[in-house]
Write a protein that binds this ligand. Structure first.
Ligand SMILES: *Cc1c(COP(=O)(O)O)cnc(C)c1O
Length: 411
């Protein structure tokens, strides 16, 4: 192997005991027996707790943390996080139910997303949570539904920023977008909100996701504070919620490294006094999905068959894209790259071979590892895909080929 070939960031979050990976203090083979079947997802409670604690240590104390439920809507995970963060952000009535079931104060729940139906708006307004308004039409419907219910809706404006980030990652703001209200249209909407029977709470400015570049995050924060403070001057009430988005990425692919957030924290420290001076009631919020849960989760599958085809080794597993679309490279990736993968029952690691891990589906897309160097594995060995705590099970086409659903455990 060439010395310059980029490596995955070290997946050292799960300790190895007697050559086996452990999760939540349990050996993977014992956990598989406890779950009763493979494949499954396992999320490590202590790692989630630790991640939130580290963030609180690094970021200025005034910054509130929200969890974006769509990253991992497993009720036990959401319940665990509800006790650690300051709020939950949902994107559907289903996620709203999971959030409310945790017992969280509805004042700390917000609901963003295009195409909120009247049924969803009614549920959200009845619950007393905050709607992140995505359009003028949605604003009018919210006011009508609130009047019919006799409940004054809490609203914030989701802004489609007038800046676009140069950096990598998934862009969700700038240019024409189905998300949010274009920044230049926001003053008119704020005026309309003031005329309607709506309680204005603040702004939600979301510009993108999965960013691993510190300078890009700093630039986004600078521009978000500038934009948010400018818009707040036109608002019908003081800004309480000043949601500056999230976007903190985690390393998935070879060559990617974990974020060093200290420069981002220093920059926020520099920006916060402006907010305190101009909008003294404002609570600055960062909303994160994958950064809170992604590294705490693994997908576990089992080698069902081992075969060699024209010299290439295939570990044929019972796990695949029907459970883990992202690891197969088909969840928005332009070029397929391997997620970090290990043979969890052979962590001593030798001897190795070049092998591909494939799944049970009748499509060549069903590929979990493409010609990776792995310990030589046999039928019955357990394979894990790391960085699987976010956008895993719920972001995969479970119905495709009618295999059984995938279990999930929080340990
Ligand atoms: C998806 C989403 C998030 C979470 O993104 P991550 O990359 O998982 O942190 C946060 N906010 C909004 C509005 C989203 O749509």
């Amino acid at each position: 192997m060439s010395a310059t070939r980029p490596l995955h960031a070290a997946m050292d979050q799960f300790p190895v005991v007697d050559g086996e990976l452990t999760v939540g203090g349990m050996r993977i083979s014992t956990l598989a027996a406890r779950v009763g079947a493979t494949p499954f997802y396992a999320y490590d409670r202590a790692l989630i707790t630790q991640r939130v604690a580290e963030l609180r240590q690094t970021l200025p104390a005034a910054i509130e943390l929200h969890f974006a439920v769509k990253a991992n809507p497993m009720p036990a995970v959401v319940q665990h996080l509800a006790g650690l963060v300051d709020g939950l952000d949902v994107a559907s009535a289903g996620e709203l139910q999971v959030a409310l079931d945790t017992g969280i104060d509805p004042a700390d729940v917000s609901f963003a997303g295009p195409a909120k139906t009247d049924v969803e708006l009614r549920a959200a307004i009845a619950a007393g949570i905050t709607l992140n308004l995505e359009s003028a039409g949605e604003t009018e419907r919210a006011a009508r539904i609130g009047a019919a219910l006799g409940v004054r809706p809490n609203v914030a404006v989701r802004v489609n920023p007038d800046f676009e980030l140069k950096a990598s990652g998934m862009k969700m703001g700038g240019g024409p977008k189905q998300f949010g209200v274009d920044a230049e249209q926001v003053p008119a909407l704020l005026e309309r909100i003031g005329q309607l029977d709506l309680r204005f709470r603040g702004f939600h400015i979301f510009w993108g996701s999965q960013n691993l570049r510190t300078e890009a995050l700093i630039e986004a924060h600078d521009k978000t504070f500038e934009l948010g403070l400018r818009l707040a001057d036109a608002a019908p009430a003081p800004t309480e919620l000043f949601n500056i988005g999230g976007g903190f990425g985690i390393p998935y692919f070879p060559g990617e490294q974990r974020l060093d957030l200290s420069p981002v924290a220093d920059n926020l420290q520099r920006l916060l006094p402006q907010l305190a001076a101009r909008q003294p009631q404002a609570r600055p919020i960062i909303e994160l999905g994958r950064y809170l849960v992604g590294e705490a989760g693994i997908y576990v599958c089992e080698v069902i068959d081992r075969k060699v085809s024209r010299g290439q080794v295939f570990l044929v597993s019972n796990g695949g894209l029907h459970h883990h679309l992202a690891a197969s490279g088909n969840f928005g990736q332009v070029i397929r790259k391997n997620y970090p993968v290990a043979v969890a029952t052979r962590m001593h690691g030798t001897p190795t071979e070049i092998a591909s891990v494939v799944g049970p589906l009748c499509t060549p897309l069903d590929l979990l590892a493409d010609r990776m160097e792995l310990p030589q594995a046999e039928v019955g060995d357990l394979i894990v895909v790391y960085q699987s705590g976010a956008y895993g099970r719920s972001a995969s086409p479970a119905g495709f080929l009618s295999h059984p659903p995938c279990a999930e455990v929080l340990v």
